[in-house]
Write a protein that binds this ligand. Structure first.
Ligand code: AMP
Ligand code: MG
Length: 488
């Protein structure tokens, strides 16, 4: 379809006044179109050639609305760093409406669109830096096969926005099958709006848990909790397997359908460091990389509590007990793929744990190590792998490789085939922080070419892209542990 043919519907806003506030965006005066994502256009059923349409500058900053659009700020609450906050909601983003394509519905959400009744002390804006980071992260995780919201467009402006320093404002259209968070359910539960809570459970079940559609609310809530538990277990297994740290796993940043949602000070691991904390205001490491599985379960507990209006505690506990085995299974399956194992053996978990311990001791680059392992054919000395760690670890590396060789021999692994499969499971390119910063610095100077290159690499992270070798190397020492501000 052409851009001019797009008409949005607005089922979420139609749920009623209890769900949020109808409000118009505050557009930029001088919008500057920075990027339109052809891959997302395709998802929406809009012709890719429409990426060139100049109307995006206005559509992407609220100067012009899509036909049928009914901008709406959603109300939600949530637990932030373990503490319930009743004052949350779309403080700077508006649900514009939704579009159906090929049986799937996609919501468009304009982030940075100005103040709403839920802005508290905020200015309702987003900055170019955080907008680019969100855009890149959506492509990075999608490219790695992990569920994520994505961005359709970025529009910049000359509007100054005050953060630690003065930055320029930007807006992003975020696309997701739903923007409903755990915190939406918590809001209705804690304010005792049980009719609205029931309505929301029914709304989400009709879209995503269709076999629960006709059930009574208690059974719907239980089915939904099972669904979200499974999706969340798969999600966090994916993060742990690729080395992604979200940074702010509050319940208002948790999608009910298990998308990676609300990007802030996230980070991909460079060196393998389980205690990695990407959010510099997370002083206790609540959201450190290795804490993520436990924190996601904590968040599921908070969601389950909101469902206790309709479901017995025993039944809720039953659902939550599925999390751990699902997480372990999903993570084990992904690590087997990364290691090129076709069968499952009892000792695999130990083999994997030993490797991760070695990488931790050696401060080895996580992505580079696995990519090099994808080329391994039993050579001694293992030169390409040795290069990635200090000499003090070389003996431990060879001891681990001996076990790995024995394991491969037991399943008669063919090295050529294994290498091919492993190259499709271990990315060459990940969204390292120093690379994101390089892209942002160039964009701030008006040069969007690095942004374009990064997007292309992240969309196909397993391909070689030989002309872009410099994007696949470990960061310089100064590029590790770059402070990432949580202001956005
Ligand atoms: P976040 O930290 O982005 O997950 O946001 C937490 C809460 O603060 C949400 O209710 C946001 O809508 C709100 N918020 C964040 N930044 C702003 C801003 N610049 N203006 C208004 N509200 C904001
Ligand atoms: Mg948030």
């Amino acid at each position: 379809m052409k851009l001019s043919e797009v008409t949005l519907s607005h089922h979420y806003a139609d749920l009623g006044d209890a769900f949020g506030t109808r409000i118009e965006p505050t557009p930029f005066q001088h919008p500057k179109l920075i990027h339109v994502n052809p891959a997302v256009l395709q998802l929406l059923g809009i012709n890719k050639s429409e990426a060139q349409n100049p109307d995006w500058a206005q559509l992407g900053c609220g100067q012009k609305l899509f036909p049928g659009s009914r901008p709406f700020a959603m109300k939600y609450t949530g637990h932030q760093f373990g503490v319930y906050n009743p004052d949350l909601g779309d403080g700077r983003a508006l649900l514009l409406g939704e579009l159906e394509n090929g049986g799937r519905r996609w919501e468009l959400h304009l982030k940075g669109a100005g103040k709403t009744p839920y802005s508290r002390f905020g200015d309702g804006r987003a900055v170019l830096r955080s907008t680019i980071r969100e855009y890149l992260a959506g492509e990075a995780l999608t490219g790695l096969g992990i569920r994520s919201t994505r961005a359709l467009s970025i529009v910049g402006s000359d509007e100054p926005v005050v953060r630690e320093q003065i930055e320029s404002g930007a807006m992003l259209i975020r696309v997701a099958e739903t923007h409903v968070r755990f915190g939406h359910f918590e809001y209705f539960f804690y304010t005792k709006q049980l009719q609205a809570l029931q309505q929301l459970i029914d709304f989400i079940c009709r879209r995503f848990v269709t076999d629960a559609t006709e059930l009574p609310v208690g059974d719907q809530a239980e089915a939904l909790l099972r669904f979200t538990t499974r999706r969340s277990a798969e999600l966090v297994a994916g993060w742990q397997a690729v080395g992604f740290a979200h940074g702010v796993l509050n319940t208002d940043n948790m999608s009910i359908i298990g998308d990676t949602f609300d990007y802030g000070p996230y980070g991909f691991l460079d060196d393998y460091e389980p205690t990695f904390i990407c959010n510099h205001s997370d002083h206790t490491g609540r959201y450190a990389f290795e804490q993520q599985p436990g924190v996601v379960l904590w968040n599921l507990n908070a969601l389950a509590h909101a469902f206790s209006a309709f479901v017995s505690v025993e039944a809720l506990r039953d659902c939550l007990e599925e999390f751990q085995p699902q997480l372990i299974d999903a993570y084990a399956a992904q690590m087997r793929r990364k290691l090129g194992l076709q069968t499952a053996e009892d000792g695999d978990q130990a083999l994997c744990a030993d490797l991760l311990q070695l990488l931790t001791d050696a401060s080895a680059d996580y992505t580079l190590f696995f990519r090099a392992l994808a080329h391994y054919r039993g050579e001694r000395p293992p030169a390409a792998l040795r290069e990635l760690m200090p000499p003090a670890q070389h003996d431990a590396l060879e001891r681990w490789l001996d076990h790995y060789d024995q394991r491969l021999a037991r399943e008669h692994s063919d090295s050529r085939e294994r290498n091919r499969a492993m190259l499709a499971a271990n990315p060459k390119f990940v969204l390292r922080n120093y690379l994101a910063q390089k892209v942002i610095d160039a964009a701030a100077e008006g040069d969007y070419r690095p942004l374009q290159t990064m997007i292309e690499l992240l969309q196909k992270p397993y391909d070689e892209h030989p002309q872009h070798e410099t994007w696949a190397v470990a960061p310089p020492e100064s590029g590790k542990h770059m402070p990432v501000s949580c202001s956005s």
